[in-house]
Design a binder for this molecule. Structure first.
Ligand code: 7RM
Length: 665
């Protein structure tokens, strides 16, 4: 089920097709520039001595138990060692040191539950909770190097659990709460997790939604390494209980001492594993380590968001199940001693103005969210944000997918009151932290462009032959120098790491994104050039969904494409051949969609399932997804001359013309 590579020159979002005509410019206002954290000297400084620049950031932004000896060891490339010889503890850097510096009374997290319950933790309180959780994990037998899986809703315990792991040097593996029991099972087994931390459930769209049953099912499918399950009580739902294995979080915490000294670990000690979709079926466990990751999280969070920790209230809307939640809802803001908001639920509960009510209530000054959310609130209309006082906002950020210029402009005008800078930040699970972004107060922004690599980062756009493209042209986005927060590999699979990222072009990192350099040399990221789809800013693999579909008894073959979608960027469209004799029936599409939800999770459910008799294939048997994409996007079908059977596409389009319109949720 391989496919031809798609052309990087084809923008994958309809609104991006006119991007080269975009000529609106947003220079920093003099008032903002005068107060800005970042300065243009950062670029010069980093260009003069890149490693020296990073060494300075590492020493200024973090507290090391033992100073490092070497900034970068690249002798075993592409396996990097940053700040070798140094020792530190990530949780100490996010907690204790702020208390020691006299900021213990500053609020670290304002939590807002979906039903309206609230809790605030000062740095002193959060430190105490994390110390107890660290002791509780130790009591359960978790030792340095052991892996802990975390499967929680967006509640403070998620951050507490992550930091407790960091505190004892046990790498965490957070699994998004929207993933199914099957997906959780494979992640637990790949990482060989010893403990799973979960909750009875969480609140979504006004109702409690259960989580613990998925953990029980995941372990029942076989997960021998799991010795204990810690369960946070959030909703009060009934849960099945396995004596000896399961334990309430609050019981464990209450029994634990609040004295705990964070253990310094080597700079290269694994901090976490986070699974992400790649081009092949099995998700990759992206490995991040401590010193370099935390340095770049703190540096980018401070400079890209213009953070003034004494006065700002920062809110990143991402769930901790994604990398944005790791770097910008936990490690970056806490390392910098920021005050942040954490919200559990959906933006439309109880009303479609919930986010704006939260901004007004906590006087949020920095907001970081995804284009899909911006397009959604745009659709809901300007009157809703207008009902609330959003004047506290002074900076807006975007991440996860290309932002179309109209959404960018709307975001700045309606949410930012025509005054805030907007930073469009490009990065990936693999890069660990922001890589390409304007610097607020410094860079003149263009709506739709992530602009330029941050000081200390070197990126380029290459053509097929691995040569930098001239300005005004498109190609593949690459990173030509190692960076501190770079992934250190794929858990348990060093070969796959080299093969996936370092083999497309010699000695440079291949990001998997198509990009353009405009006439000024600024970068426009256009979207994936591999079999990875981006649905609402979530990465999904076409092959993974195809595997899920063919695991259904009625399916013979399946091909999945990401079709442009106005709201979600891309949407999953599946073309399915049923097994001979299988009864199509009126509900087959629903049945298959639910099957995908069970195998992977509701986020992977195809928007459309089209039952076909044939799939378009080349003579060597490769599915031509390009042609299926044409169908899914209601375009005239492109060049079919390389098909083994050129009549296939006609069969498909005729069949679909006679089928009822695809179901949607
Ligand atoms: C942070 C995150 C990574 C993929 C990446 C891109 C896309 C992310 C932008 C973007 C255009 C952006 N990690 N992407 N940010 N595309 N402009 N500002 O999203 O690993 O889940 O996804 O997301 O395709 O390769 S991720």
């Amino acid at each position: 089920m391989t496919s031809e590579p798609s052309r990087p020159s084809q923008p994958n979002h309809p609104a991006l097709s006119n991007l080269l005509q975009e000529d609106r410019r947003f220079p920093p206002s003099p008032e903002f520039a005068a107060q800005a954290v970042a300065t243009k000297e950062l670029y010069d400084e980093a260009a003069r001595d890149r490693e020296g620049f990073w060494a300075k950031q590492a020493r200024e932004l973090l507290t090391w138990s033992k100073d490092f000896e070497q900034t970068l060891d690249w002798s075993d490339a592409p396996f990097a060692k940053w700040f070798a010889g140094g020792q530190l503890n990530a949780a100490y850097n996010c907690l204790d040191r702020h208390v020691e510096a006299g900021n213990g009374d500053r609020v670290a997290i304002h939590f807002e539950g979906e039903p309206g319950d609230t809790r605030s933790y000062t740095y002193a309180e959060l430190t105490r909770e994390v110390k107890r959780a660290a002791n509780a994990l130790t009591e359960l037998g978790v030792e340095r190097g052991d892996r802990v899986a975390i499967y929680l809703p967006m509640i403070p315990e998620a951050a507490i659990a992550m930091l407790a792991c960091a505190r004892i040097g046990a790498p965490h593996s957070v699994v998004f709460g929207g993933f199914s029991a099957d997906a959780l099972n494979s992640r637990i087994n790949d990482a060989q997790a010893k403990v799973v931390i979960t909750s009875d459930g969480g609140y979504r769209r006004g109702t409690p939604s259960a989580l613990k049953p998925a953990v029980d099912a995941a372990i029942a499918k076989g997960a021998d390494t799991v010795k204990h399950v810690l369960v946070v009580r959030r909703t009060g739902q009934d849960v099945d209980w396995t004596d000896g294995r399961d334990m309430w979080w609050h019981d464990a915490i209450e029994a634990a001492s609040e004295e705990h000294t964070a253990a310094p670990v080597d700079s290269e000690h694994p901090l976490f594993i986070l699974y992400t979709s790649g081009t092949t079926g099995k998700p990759k466990g992206i490995l991040h380590t401590t010193g370099g990751y935390l340095t770049q999280c703190a540096y980018t969070h401070k400079n890209v968001f213009d953070l003034k920790p004494e006065t700002d209230v920062y809110w990143c809307t991402a769930d901790v199940g994604w990398v944005t939640g790791h770097s910008y809802a936990v490690y970056g803001p806490l390392a910098n001693g920021a005050t942040q908001v954490m919200y559990e639920g959906t933006p439309d509960t109880p009303g479609r103005d919930r986010w704006w009510a939260i901004v007004a209530k906590y006087k949020v000054s920095i907001l970081y969210t995804a284009p899909t959310a911006i397009r959604t609130v745009m659709k809901w209309g300007e009157q809703l944000p207008a009902k609330h006082d959003l004047s506290s906002l002074r900076l807006l950020g975007s991440v996860g997918e290309p932002i179309n210029p109209e959404a960018w402009i709307w975001y700045r005008r309606v949410i930012g009151g025509d005054r805030t800078p907007v930073v469009d930040t490009w990065w990936q699970t693999e890069t660990g932290a922001i890589m390409i972004s304007p610097l607020p107060g410094v860079t003149e922004a263009k709506p739709g462009s992530a602009m330029v690599p941050l000081p200390g980062i070197v990126a380029d756009v290459y053509d097929d032959e691995g040569k930098p493209v001239p300005t005004g042209s498109g190609g593949y986005l690459v990173l030509t120098e190692p960076w501190p927060a770079m992934l250190r590999g794929i858990w348990g699979d060093p070969e796959r790491y080299k093969e996936t990222y370092w083999s497309r072009f010699e000695d440079v990192y291949f990001a998997g994104d198509g990009a353009k350099k405009d006439d000024d040399g600024d970068i426009w990221v256009l979207g994936r050039v591999d079999d990875v789809m981006n649905v609402s800013g979530h990465r999904l693999s076409t092959t993974e969904i195809e595997s899920a579909l063919v695991s259904h008894e009625k399916v013979a073959e399946a091909a999945v494409v990401g079709a442009a979608d106005e709201m979600t960027g891309q949407a999953v469209c599946a073309f399915v051949i049923l097994r001979g004799g299988a009864d199509e029936g009126p509900d087959i599409a629903t049945e298959l969609r639910n099957h995908v939800a069970k195998e992977i999770g509701p986020i992977a459910k195809p928007r459309q399932i089209m039952i076909v008799a044939e799939l378009p294939k080349t003579r060597s048997g490769k599915i031509m997804r390009r042609l299926l994409k044409d169908v899914a996007e209601n375009r005239e079908v492109g060049d079919v001359t390389t098909l083994a059977d050129t009549t296939v596409m006609r069969l498909i389009t005729d069949k679909l013309a006679s089928q009822p319109k695809a179901q949607e949720d």
